[in-house]
Design a protein around this ligand. Structure first.
Ligand SMILES: N[C@@H](CCC(=O)N[C@@H](CS)C(=O)NCC(=O)O)C(=O)O
Length: 217
């Protein structure tokens, strides 16, 4: 099984698929395609007509969307354990993943994933609203399911919010106590740490994904 991903420093959508496979120690080959513009569409179209990553290729099956990939992996390799066991929690987990999949546009564009950077930005009102909503989601989950992951045990919901855990660190976003507790826990998660360290080791710069002003260290 092969997972096509973008640069680990920048590719938040790739992380959602990679983190599920890596956390559950499912064997896969990783193929990293640079997200630098030169020939990008043509390069990515080798794998999927959408010219986007991630793409999972499992024998004859090709899946070209992070949520579809996680659903497939959960069904085929985890006997459904990618989602919470409880039906109501599963529905809630799917709802917050759908919210992340289809929304938070201001946050995405103003605070792009950039693992190795430490920056300041001035979020717009729309981005502040996105941040507050994510804080509320994490806090409610921590309160209702008592951590350490959003639904107690690791699930696809954590894969979907992991890129935001990283963005909030890059841009020093202040969070409520319980949201911050979740963020700190995830920043020490074994597979996520491996992704971040690999991202930090990359040297390629994708100018479109650089935002904010460096914090002097
Ligand atoms: N709906 C897709 C979106 C994936 C996506 O936008 N990926 C970005 C990289 S993080 C990409 O491939 N960009 C290439 C481009 O914009 O040309 C998913 O969830 O997998």
């Amino acid at each position: 099984m092969k997972l096509i991903i973008g640069n680990k420093n920048y590719s938040s959508w790739s992380l959602r698929a990679w983190l599920l496979l890596a956390s559950f120690e499912i064997e896969f080959e990783e193929v990293l395609e640079s997200l630098r513009q030169a020939g990008l569409t043509e390069r990515l179209m080798q794998y999927s007509p959408t010219a986007r990553v991630p793409v999972l290729i499992d024998g004859d099956v090709t899946i070209w969307d992070s949520l579809a990939i996680d659903e497939y992996v959960s069904e085929k390799y985890l006997a459904g354990k990618g989602w919470p066991a409880d039906e109501a929690q599963r529905a809630e987990a799917r709802s917050i993943c759908a919210e992340m999949h289809a929304g938070f546009m201001a946050l995405r564009s103003e605070l792009p994933t950039n693992c190795r950077a430490l920056r300041t930005v001035n979020p717009s009102a729309a981005a502040e609203k996105d941040i507050a909503r994510i804080d509320a989601i994490w806090s409610a989950c921590m309160q209702n399911y008592k951590g350490p992951y959003l639904f107690g045990e690791f699930s696809i919901a954590d894969c979907f919010y992991a890129p935001v855990v990283l963005r909030f660190k890059t841009y020093g976003v202040s969070l409520s106590a319980s949201a911050s507790q979740y963020q700190t826990f995830m920043l020490n998660h074994n597979a996520l740490t491996r992704w971040v360290n690999a991202g930090k080791a990359e040297t390629e710069i994708v100018p479109e994904d650089e935002a904010g002003i460096d914090i002097a260290t």
